[in-house]
Design a protein around this ligand. Structure first.
Ligand code: FE2
Length: 390
């Protein structure tokens, strides 16, 4: 084993408990009781309410005789305003355990309520790494899509409406006390959302796998996630009721989340954030658009890992050099995006080149993600990747 790896210290972050499997949401009541819940606070969004996913959550809390209050006004790309509003309600209603139910937005708001409720003050003062001083209120997170991995990470992403930028709180106190992953909740996710969220999970796995911060722990998780997503995303997209596909996509999103919770992300997310904010594209979609272009730029920085990605995605690698094999990873990703009907050029979305200076400025605000990225990037490099992606 190379001395470089032997000398490295590896960190692994994870929630206290992950309960994975069919019908696991039925155990919500007992999980809440284990956290000494007297009154639960459910954080969710109108889409989850409309899809009727609240019903089993309420039923489980009711059977455990835990009263609850519902905050169901989480907005996509959630503004800090949502976290403030929900926290006021959590405190005024004297709730003691938070249940986050939904996609990344609802789970991130739930984490925000947790840390703001115990720390007080302003969430803006917690933006950054390890700036949350006290443990948050107990929280149980339940994802309803297979993508963000937010349920298992220590970050929460909110939108600062003052300058329309994403702000990230990174703290171990954002980690859940319990996570319930129930693939049955994802059966009704429409094909487009399945494709976007599933690709987000793929980006998490790929970015963390090739990252300079990758660890043996994140590698193991990312490799499994890449293989499962390549195999099952097309099936989950084509046939939403296919339980096997949904099961493995749930597993993949959670393991990809656990991988990047320790290994971190890279330039795909950095370049995708400003597009998502400016054009109100879903997080997974903006990542999907940038993925093949950033990969192409990055290849030379970690050819072995990119060649492994190609192999994990089903490309025959026999007799190929790492450099040659690496290029097949882009082909594999493009084929997957085409299968689930995600166009991956900026022009396909009516995006104007006139916005590039804004995108470059926005991406440079996430330059910290360039540090572990396999290849260095200057402002000029960022601009040229947007050009190629056009
Ligand atoms: Fe993401």
């Amino acid at each position: 084993m190379p001395a470089l790896i032997l000398s490295k210290v590896h960190f692994f972050y994870s929630p206290n408990k992950v309960v994975f499997g069919l019908d696991t949401i039925k155990s919500l009541g007992s999980e809440a009781l284990q956290l000494a819940a007297k009154k639960a606070f459910i954080v969710t969004d109108p889409g989850v309410v409309k899809a009727d996913l609240l019903q089993p959550i309420k039923a489980s809390l009711e059977s455990a005789k835990i009263p609850y209050v519902i905050y169901d006004r989480v907005e996509p790309e959630p503004p800090i305003r949502c976290v403030n509003e929900a926290t006021e309600q959590f405190l005024s209603q004297r709730c003691d355990v938070i249940v986050g139910l939904g996609g990344g937005s609802s789970l991130d708001v739930a984490k925000g309520v947790s840390v703001l409720a115990t720390n007080g003050g302003n969430l803006l003062d917690m933006i950054g790494i390890d700036l949350v001083k006290k443990r948050g209120a107990p929280k149980i997170l339940i994802p309803t899509t297979s993508g963000t991995g937010s349920e298992v990470t220590r970050v929460l992403v909110v939108t600062d409406e003052k300058d329309n930028t994403k702000k990230v709180v990174n703290s171990i106190y954002a980690l859940a006390d319990a996570v319930l992953v129930d693939p049955l909740l994802t059966l009704s996710v429409p094909p487009k959302v399945t494709a976007d969220t599933g690709t987000d999970a793929l980006v998490h796995a790929i970015e963390t796998y090739v990252s300079g911060n990758a660890t043996p722990f994140s590698d193991i998780l990312a490799e499994k996630a890449i293989r499962w997503i390549a195999t099952y995303l097309p099936v989950a997209w084509a046939k939403g009721s296919n339980l096997e596909a949904r099961y493995f996509m749930s597993l993949a999103a959670t393991t990809a989340g656990m991988a990047f919770a320790s290994g971190g992300l890279g330039a795909v997310h950095a370049l995708a954030y400003p597009i998502g904010t400016e054009y109100h594209l879903p997080h997974g979609r903006s990542n999907a658009i940038m993925l093949p272009h950033v990969m192409k730029y990055n290849l030379s920085g970690n050819p072995e890992k990119y060649a492994n990605i190609a192999s994990l995605m089903g490309k025959g690698m026999e007799g190929l050099s790492a450099t040659k094999g690496a290029s097949f990873s882009i082909e594999a990703v493009q084929e997957l995006l085409e299968t689930v009907q995600i166009p991956y050029h900026l022009r396909d979305y009516g995006i104007s080149k006139g916005d590039f200076p804004k995108f470059v400025e926005g991406a440079m605000k996430f330059a910290r993600l360039f540090v572990p990225n396999p290849r260095d990037l200057t402002e000029e490099d960022v601009r040229s990747i947007y050009e190629v992606a056009y």
